[in-house]
Design a binder for this molecule. Structure first.
Ligand SMILES: *Cc1c(COP(=O)(O)O)cnc(C)c1O
Length: 357
């Protein structure tokens, strides 16, 4: 038997039919495709960090619960005292932990974050995607109907939403939380770029948890996500979490960055927020482009009909990599997603878009 025959025989069909999560080759290009923070650390901070790492015992297993880091997160992220915290190897791992632990369908909105559907499929849970309205707001009647019909164990709502950048109306989100029979996860991956949050409201709903990540804040390379919610829920999720899921270098670095690097990170996110405003206004001035308001560190733009592919290629040719969303969902036809970069990177992006006109 060949390897291909063996795969056919033994790998679950739902895995064989999946496409692996693909990452675009970016070498030599200005990376405005993946919502990374474009700034590095000041030299003095980098030196102090390396000094801190010198003391780390890599021969020992890390603290399984990451207690030191959790203490810093609690303080910096204003996690309510009575809530428990679970760390993940990126919030992607937390999505997987939740899907593994809960027994029943996973529901989210579309277009939305692709990992909810992908993880649901590979852990063998039915997935229900409810379309947003054309303006990317929640279609509340459709959503409530889908909740009633499918009785999901797990509902994911990203706020702000990726890839659309908008904030779902808080009162409508509350209606969904109230109607959902199972757990509702508010995914606040973009919390550094908005004031909106459900973190302070965790205690109001027995079926609400808040998930965040340090990736978009500026620490994507560490792979660190966290979940805040009541101990009843999180004690169960801790059982599914692999014992040492967050490595010691990530734990120490994240705690250092949130503590001693707080001022630098705050300065960087403020710069990104102000560039978001400037970039949006400049995009509005370019004929044929329609940018959508964003509370995240990226802007969704609709190009003139049929031009997304051509603009994507023109940008790449000019050295700028963005995300082409055209073709991924009917509501995203002719759309590109532009991550907010440094002022110089954004100028280059705008210059190429104007030139391609
Ligand atoms: C980027 C992103 C994540 C994943 O973050 P990681 O912590 O890097 O795995 C989760 N949710 C949304 C909505 C995102 O955009």
């Amino acid at each position: 038997m060949s390897a291909a025959d063996l795969v056919q025989r033994w790998v679950r069909p739902e895995i064989r039919s999946l496409d692996a999560y693909s990452v675009q080759e970016a070498s030599g290009l200005i990376k405005l495709d993946a919502m990374e923070n474009p700034y590095g650390w000041p030299d003095s901070l980098r030196r102090r960090w390396l000094e801190r790492l010198k003391g780390v015992s890599v021969n020992r297993y890390p603290d399984p619960a990451g207690r030191e880091l959790v203490a810093v997160l609690r303080r910096v992220m204003e996690i309510p005292e009575e809530m428990e915290v679970l760390l993940g190897n990126g919030s992607d791992e937390i999505i997987q932990i939740l899907a593994l632990a809960l027994n029943g369908p996973v529901l989210s909105v579309e277009p939305g974050f692709v990992m909810y559907a992908m993880i649901a499929r590979f852990v063998g849970r039915p997935y229900v995607g409810v379309p947003l309205r054309r303006d990317f707001s929640l279609d509340l009647p459709a959503l409530l109907e889908a909740v009633e019909r499918h009785r999901p164990a797990l509902v994911f709502l990203a706020r702000p939403n990726n890839p659309t950048g908008n904030l779902f109306d808080a009162a409508e989100v509350e209606r969904v939380i109230a109607a959902a029979p199972g757990l509702v996860v508010i995914d606040e991956a973009y919390s550094p770029f908005t004031e909106a949050t459900f973190m302070r409201r965790l205690g109001e709903f027995p079926n609400l948890v808040v998930m965040r990540t340090l990736s978009k804040l500026g620490l994507a390379g560490l792979r660190l996500g966290y979940l805040a919610g009541s101990p009843e829920w999180l004690d169960e999720f801790h059982k599914v979490r692999l014992p040492y899921n967050v490595n010691v270098l990530s734990q120490v670095t994240a705690a250092f960055a949130l503590d001693e690097g707080a001022a630098a990170l705050a300065e960087q996110t403020a710069a990104i927020r102000s560039e978001r405003t400037r970039l949006f206004a400049a995009l509005e001035e370019i004929a044929g482009l329609e940018p959508f308001p964003s509370e995240a560190n990226f802007i969704l733009v609709r190009t003139a009909p049929g031009r997304a592919e051509e603009l994507f290629e023109a940008l790449k040719e000019g050295g700028v990599l963005v995300k082409k969303l055209h073709g991924s969902h009917s509501l995203l036809s002719d759309c590109l997603r532009l991550t907010v970069g440094t002022p110089e990177e954004n100028d280059r992006l705008l210059e190429l878009l104007r030139r391609a006109g």
